[in-house]
Design a binder for this molecule. Sequence first.
Ligand code: C2E
Ligand code: CA
Ligand code: CA
Length: 644
Amino acid sequence: MDSAINYFSMGFDACAIIICAVIMANYYSVRRIHTRTEKLFQALMWTLLASAATNLVYVVLAYVGGISVGLFYFVVMVMVIAVHSVGIVFMLYVVSECYENRAFPKSFVAASVAIIAVTGVSIAIYCFRDLLPEGATDTVILCMFIEHYIALAVAAAYVFINRCVLTARRQVNIFVFIAFNVAATVVQTFTQAQVTAFALAVAVMLIYATLRNPKDEIDGITQLFNYQAFKDFVRLQIASRRSFWLFVTGIRNINAINALWGQGSDEVIKATAARLNDITDKTTYVYRTGEARFAVVFNTREQYEQFYGRYISAISENYLIGSVSVPVDNVAVLICFPDVATKFSDIENILKFYREKISGKDAVIEATREAVESVERREQVDYAIQKAIKQRSFQVCYQPIYDLKNKKFNCCEALVRLKDDELGFIPPDEFIPISEKNGTIVEVGRQVVTEVCKFIMQYKPQDYGVQFIDVNLSVIQCLQPDVIEDIQRILKEYGVPRGMVNLEITETASAKSYALLQQRLNELHSNGFTISLDDFGTGFSSVEFLINFPFDIVKLDRSLVWAYMKTHKYEPILQHYMPMLHSLGTKIVAEGVETEEMVKALDALGCDYLQGYYYSRPLPKEDYVKFLEANNCPRNGGRSLLIS
Ligand code: C2E
Ligand code: CA
Ligand code: CA
């Protein structure tokens, strides 16, 4: 043998061993989750190391000479097995990457069994090469090369077919591995230099660089994959367009557990993670996607159904923190991709949608399209609100309110209207709660007050006998620190006296904001604004609220008014309330007045004002002015609907 080539080969193999050792040292220095893919990557490193090491030993022994034929034979066989396993292990690793969290496809299992069997037979025949006729050894070696390249070709084909589930960098590095292999074979064939192990070690190093970094992807407390890993994985699954079932479960009473047991909540989280891990099979990963939230991905509904039975029995048992048995309440949502959800952001939206709706201990709810559609609609409405704010395109309608004593429409309620180019008319009952949730209500409210002020300045409704206009003030708006300055500034800008605007507020305040709301309303009141309690009788209203807050007017909600008209059960209640409210100095408005019969009954009950479709629907400003001209001006002689 040419000694220069031998030195050369030894050098390449030694470098390959060093590279493998460096990769392995780095790889094993970090705690990992031993998924199938990780195990196959480890197998790839070990076979490559074995192939480089035996290659080196082989070259050294061939160079030194004088060793027993048996030992030499043994080294050669280990080398042949290692070298020819690299292609197969590489193929398995690559396909495993493409089928992360899934079983290998059956066709692939059949193909790999065939490749492994044929390679095994070839290696076995190669063992007895001395017994083979002249020239047959070359054929066996050629067969083994072909088998090796078939394995690489299968890997390449799977990467190509599943390219959307692998990052571009990972795809490139897998192809680099194959290209290096081809190049090394060519070099080795023509120069006899043993460069294959070195070339592949470099290629594996490149693949290693694109592997997930467990430090970024593993949760320190539970040792499960974390949210980042979950996001990457689910995004790739969505891109692959394969259907899958996502099961998200959370510990609903984690805050209570935290408050009662402090650090013990970590124990509960760890125990939940362990229980979920125990009841899932090896190719199904569990992710910790939030403080006390976990996700499991299933490829088929059957897989989920099998899991479900185990899940229910696993979570129903209490947890032990020290010697204390802690009851844990889990809730879960099952989301089918792509039938129900299609994008990653749908997950959070679906969870948000069900958060308030899910009830019952250890409940599991199956998400429907309705959840996604409702959230999508909410997003569209949200966008329409933002657009309307920017374009200042909210309109305000005015619903006349009839004063029974003065027999005049001496006030009205300003009601906002939103018309979107794409969505058409969006009722305030739909967009106001959305606007309250995202905080845009503050600006919407400002624009409504501005519109009302402009209307007052332009049309001077006072001249038609209008004493004030009701403007709805959301509690969210009311809790803003600068609400008073804001309203005052707008009123001042248009020269509108404070008494012209009456603020309506609905009692929905939670106990937390009760004191602040009270303070704000008192401030508004002492600054000259009158205030109405809106929607009285819808559940929240309490006598305490009426006494402690400075209300000038109470508006009986239409549901209460209608109930009063329908059953006599409400009669004693309302008859009891009316004098009490009057004795507190508040005026009473009845809403939802639709018939003459109602007018008479509510008048008899002692209401001061009536509002409803019987008199008029909310009207655009010009129509409202026409209404005032027709009904409030004595020269018109009033109208038949003004019942005395
Ligand atoms: P609300 O404050 O209770 O307003 C009265 C609602 O009852 C109005 O609905 C009105 O059109 C309707 N209504 C009046 N008379 C009758 C009747 O005889 N029969 C029936 N069936 N309905 C009647 P609208 O305009 O759809 O407003 C719904 C809710 O949206 C309002 O309820 C109020 O809570 C909110 N809203 C409207 N405009 C504003 C606003 O500018 N700011 C805020 N924060 N909320 C507003
Ligand atoms: Ca109102
Ligand atoms: Ca109301």
